[in-house]
Ligand binder design. Structure first.
Ligand SMILES: Cc1cc2nc3c(=O)[nH]c(=O)nc-3n(C[C@H](O)[C@H](O)[C@H](O)COP(=O)(O)OP(=O)(O)OC[C@H]3O[C@@H](n4cnc5c(N)ncnc54)[C@H](O)[C@@H]3O)c2cc1C
Length: 672
């Protein structure tokens, strides 16, 4: 093993957020190491650099407070930076003009904005298109040249002695007893630090199950043509309804941005660039004659509520500084300040609103729970008694559960940034009818149901109308590639699955359960085909949940290529043989940093509980429920077993002893 590097603080991610924090901490005297997988891929370069809390129309509340506090810090922050490096970051408090194509019902000033009628706005910006009917003027907003800022920040931190490892990606945060003990990398071995900060932008969920996901934005830039008469006809940012136009002092004009949920799909698209140019020309027609200089794209680190995740994380010495979505350039100074203060024990109250804990409540982020027999609040797991489970309506459902007060703090199951209360997934195959399927799924309490894309698409027997038979507003669909024998087929079917989920109302569902199974007798997955398909699908922005043999090395490789979980089989699909390979599954569990979902082979609730007791993060069970004599009762039993196993795993089993140990004390006995 390579030597372990040690510092006070280790920052994972070298975009504007990681760099700004590094600068602040180094200036406070800390030794800082920064891992930067790829400086060029950072959203920080792709951004438009607007400092626009007012034009963005952020409603009053903690987010607006945070943005305004950061805007206020900007002048001093950049002045310090420029003094340190002698380089300009192009900070320009130009104000932002927000033209509108219709007059709002109530044309009173909004926030810090001043309403301008159609004549006045044309005075502020000559040449506006005929579509413009008036607009707001936000004099306090501005912009910075974010590309220059990223470069200058980087040279500043290096000059000050921050050790920057460029091209080095963290591959895992190793947690022990509630602390990050070390951070491994693919190229440079292991690093450790008193404190670790996760600032990996849209990629943060690869290291920690936080609800951060990429929202792609395409951008373009124009240049004022030679001989135009002025080097920059625009003196303020134009923040239109579907386009922003950002003039730089060097004659460049930046146009942005599209907003696409396509995962990490690289490249500019014809439609994206067309949209930018058409909207820009409609707003300012003279741009039609300007030179198209460059197009590019980037990934905003989005969160479900569009607020960042800041401050303490689930491990004692880990801090989050991620999820800045569309305001990360604006929020860099305040993030650096608050995070570095919190590290020295001076956490500001403002941080509380941005804690990751806001996503721990099941209602806050996960899909609404099914009318399940047993639901697990994520912060406190409570076994409910029969009174709360009567909805299921089966004889088994009313059986009392004694000892209903067991509680412990549990984390939600988080896969690719999405959290789930239930740790049981089920399927839709092999049920006698849809009604039984619906009831069994509800009784199991599961929130994720896998669906065979191919069979639904081809209306295979038993699958006609299946996709419509479930309420996808309540259940998260896990499209699977069952029936695919090669990687190529699986990739094609995964894409169809994504479309299917969209059609059924889950627009942001990028999950796929990857199955590449060439063998019909044992239905064992092809490891090479699975790895090959997984690599491609991850590149296309899928959250890949690969079904694999319980091979620890394959599991690790799949994790390294970016899979969201690994799903080792317990024994062949539908065989009901239980967990036949527990030693290997145990190794996978011990080494995984993504959730391990035991899939296939489980035949009884005791086997389900056993898999959870081993430390599996979740289970996928279909045949054992669908083919049981009473599928609804079995669904409920499997749901309860999953909970029982999870409780037991956390409760910690007693050691196995070779000899007996009396349950009652041996002292104080009555003797004859
Ligand atoms: C098109 C577009 C327009 C935008 N416009 C604006 C704007 O006008 N104003 C504004 O305020 N904000 C804007 N934003 C948002 C802003 O760019 C982001 O919020 C901000 O850049 C996030 O910074 P970051 O440092 O968190 O992430 P990033 O800048 O994305 O940097 C993350 C870095 O972490 C690295 N990394 C990832 N994983 C690892 C790992 N495992 N190990 C080591 N390193 C890793 C990556 O390689 C990357 O370099 C825009 C974003 C986009 C995409």
């Amino acid at each position: 093993m390579m030597e372990q590097r040690q510092s006070d603080v280790l920052i994972v991610g070298g975009g504007i957020i990681g760099l700004a924090i590094a600068l602040e901490l180094r200036q406070q005297g800390a030794t800082v190491t920064l891992l930067s997988r790829d400086f060029a891929e950072a959203a920080s370069h792709a951004a438009a650099g607007m400092l626009a809390p007012n034009a963005e129309g952020i409603p009053p509340g903690p987010m607006l407070d945070l943005c305004l506090a950061s805007l206020k810090r900007y002048p001093d922050w950049v002045a310090k930076l420029e003094a340190l490096t002698g380089q300009s970051v192009g900070y320009w408090p130009s104000g932002i003009l927000a033209p509108l194509t219709s007059i709002p019902g109530n044309s009173q000033p909004v926030q810090a904005g001043e309403w301008l009628d159609v004549n006045t706005i044309r005075y502020y910006q000559p040449g506006l298109g005929q579509v413009v009917q008036g607009g707001y003027w936000f004099p306090e907003d501005g912009q910075v040249n974010n590309q220059a800022l990223a470069e200058v920040l980087r040279s500043a931190v290096i000059d000050l002695g921050v050790v920057v490892h460029e091209g080095v990606g963290a591959t895992a945060l190793h947690q022990q007893q509630g602390r990050i003990e070390r951070v491994s990398t693919a190229r440079e071995g292991e690093f450790s630090a008193e404190h670790v900060i996760l600032a990996a932008g849209a990629w943060s969920y690869e290291l920690l199950p936080v609800p951060v996901f990429p929202k792609k934005g395409e951008m373009a830039s124009l240049r004022v043509p030679v001989g135009y008469g002025t080097s920059q006809p625009l003196q303020r940012v134009l923040f239109g309804e579907n386009i922003y136009i950002v003039p730089r002092q060097d004659g460049r004009i930046v146009l942005g941005a599209t907003s696409q949920e396509v995962g990490f799909t690289p490249g500019n698209t014809a439609a994206g660039v067309n949209q930018l140019l058409a909207n820009a020309i409609a707003l300012l027609p003279e741009l039609a004659d300007f030179t198209l200089e460059q197009t590019w794209w980037g990934y905003r680190p989005a969160t479900p509520d569009e607020w960042p995740l800041l401050g303490p994380a689930p491990a004692e010495n880990l801090t989050l500084a991620t999820g800045h979505y569309r305001n990360g350039i604006l929020l860099a100074p305040i993030t650096a300040h608050l995070v570095s203060q919190s590290l020295i024990g001076k956490a500001a109250p403002l941080l509380n609103a941005f804690s990751w804990e806001r996503f721990r409540s099941p209602t806050a982020f996960s899909l609404p729970a099914t009318p399940a027999a047993v639901s697990l609040p994520t912060s406190t797991m409570t076994l409910l008694n029969s009174a709360s489970t009567s909805e299921v309506g089966t004889p088994m459902a009313t059986a009392p559960l004694n000892g209903g007060s067991a509680t412990f703090a549990d984390q939600p199951l988080t896969i690719a940034g999405r959290t789930f209360t239930s740790r049981l997934m089920t399927g839709t195959g092999k049920y006698s009818d849809f009604d039984t399927m619906r009831q069994s799924i509800a009784a199991s309490g599961c929130e994720i149901v896998t669906v065979a894309v191919r069979r639904v698409q081809t209306n295979a027997p038993g699958h006609e109308g299946l996709a419509e038979a479930l309420d996808w507003a309540k259940i998260w669909m896990l499209p699977n590639t069952a029936g695919c024998q090669t990687a190529e087929e699986a990739i094609r079917v995964a894409r169809l699955g994504r479309e299917m989920a969209k059609l059924l109302g889950q627009k942001d569902n990028n999950f796929v359960k990857l199955e590449v199974i060439p063998d019909a007798k044992y239905l064992l997955p092809d490891p090479l085909g699975t790895l090959q398909a997984a690599e491609q699908l991850v590149k296309e922005g899928f959250a890949v949940l690969p079904y694999i043999n319980a091979d620890p090395l394959l599991a690790k490789r799949l994790e390294e290529v970016g899979c969201a979980t690994v799903m080792p089989l317990g024994s062949p699909i539908g065989s009901g043989q239980g967990i036949r390979n527990s030693a290997n599954i145990q190794i996978i569990i011990e080494n995984a940093t993504v959730p391990v979902v035991v899939d296939a082979g489980i035949g009884t609730p005791s086997e389900a509980a056993a898999a959870m007791e081993m430390g599996a993060d979740a289970l996928l069970i279909n045949t054992a429920i669908a083919k049981a004599t009473d599928p609804v009762a079995m669904g409920r039993a499997m749901g309860l077993a999953t909970i029982a196993g999870r409780l037991a795993y956390h409760a910690g089993r007693i050691p196995v002893r070779e000899t007996a140990s009396a349950s009652s004390p041996l002292t104080g006995q009555v003797r004859e």
